[in-house]
Every structure is written in structure tokens, then in C-alpha cells.
Design a protein. Structure first.
Length: 196
């Protein structure tokens, strides 16, 4: 008798958590105009991660990213993690593969063997990709190079940060990457879908 009550309780908690996440996504989209005018100043306490809107296939938005070369992209990996890369043109993403090889691949290949069906782009409040040509150039220069891949010390997040900043920095998590992005661009990060 206690087991069905536990299932019911777990289902209720899950439903409440999903509803809260949905509300957070709606609020983030609603507050975009204010965020665009104020950057991250004064808001870091509430958005300590630097993320105003997380990538989510569950809670979709009508806002799509305006991409350009050097855009930072991500997709879901195993339902719990995110995989990142650098967009160099509309048909090519450069990534550090788990084998250690830095590859230029298509957007379709970027999603292959991963849990996500959508590609998200790091954007400002207006949906403009946080990008520049130098980021794309740094990524292109490394194609076909090999790095000793390590899930914690040398992963895709560290690779994309090197392309963005030109500096090596140990970044283990997607959360750490977003904090650095927010500081560098002085913006809250909105992960908007790339409409391909």
C-alpha cells in the first residue's frame, strides 16, 4: 500500500518541478527587453550561472537564434549533459569529439548519437548569437588536431572556451562555461533554438 503512495508523491513532485521550469522559461522570454538594456549588472545574484534561459526541448519558445560564424552551439547528451561546439557556417560545426579529434561536422552529425533533437545557440536578449569571426577562425585552425580528451579536464566546454577567449581554462561543466560566457559578453545567456 505504501509503494503506490510513494509513486503518487514522486509524480506530484515531478509535475510541480516541470511546471516551475515552464514558468521560468516563460518569465525569461518575457524579461528579454529589460535584460537587453541592463546586461548582467545588478542581476548576477538571481542569475549566478549567467544563464537567463537554459536550452530545453521540453519548454519551447517562439524565439529563434540569429546565427553567424563563431556562434556557440549545444545539444543534449544523455539527457543530463550538454555537448558544445562552434558554428563556422550554416553547414559546419567544429567540435572536440570524445575520441580527442577536433572535427568539422554537419549539424545533423552534431546531433547524431546524442539525446537531443535540437541545436541551441548562446544568444543575447534579442536572440543574436554571441559570436565573432575570430572565434570561428580559432575553431577552424584546430580542425584535424588531436587533444587528449578527458571528461573532466579537457572536454568540449574547454575546447569552445579556448576558441572564444583564446585562453586555456579548465572547464568541467556547462554551468562553468556559461558563467565565463556571461562575464566575457557582459550579458545573461539565452539558449535559443537554431531554426535550420
Amino acid at each position: 500500500m505504501a509503494l503506490p503512495l510513494l509513486w503518487l508523491g514522486a509524480a506530484l513532485v515531478s509535475a510541480l518541478a516541470a511546471n516551475e521550469l515552464h514558468d521560468q522559461h516563460k518569465k525569461a522570454d518575457k524579461n528579454r527587453d529589460s535584460d537587453d538594456q541592463h546586461g548582467v549588472r545588478g542581476e548576477l545574484g538571481r542569475h549566478a550561472s549567467g544563464i537567463a534561459k537554459h536550452p530545453s526541448e521540453t519548454f519551447s519558445s517562439t524565439k529563434f537564434a540569429k546565427i553567424r560564424p563563431g556562434s556557440l552551439v549545444c545539444c543534449g547528451l544523455g539527457g543530463l549533459l550538454d555537448h558544445t561546439g562552434i558554428l563556422v557556417d550554416a553547414e559546419t560545426i567544429v567540435e572536440l569529439h570524445g575520441s580527442g579529434l577536433i572535427k568539422a561536422i554537419s549539424p545533423q552529425r552534431f546531433l547524431q548519437e546524442r539525446s537531443g533533437n535540437e541545436i541551441f545557440v548562446a544568444c543575447d536578449a534579442k536572440g543574436n548569437a554571441l559570436a565573432d569571426d575570430l572565434i570561428a577562425q580559432r575553431a577552424i585552425k584546430q580542425i584535424y588536431e588531436y587533444q587528449e580528451y578527458d571528461l573532466l579536464k579537457n572536454n568540449c566546454h574547454r575546447f569552445v572556451w579556448q576558441c572564444i577567449s583564446g585562453q586555456p581554462l579548465e572547464l568541467t561543466t556547462f554551468h562553468q562555461l556559461n558563467k565565463q560566457l556571461s562575464k566575457k559578453f557582459n550579458r545573461k545567456i539565452y539558449w535559443d533554438k537554431w531554426q535550420r
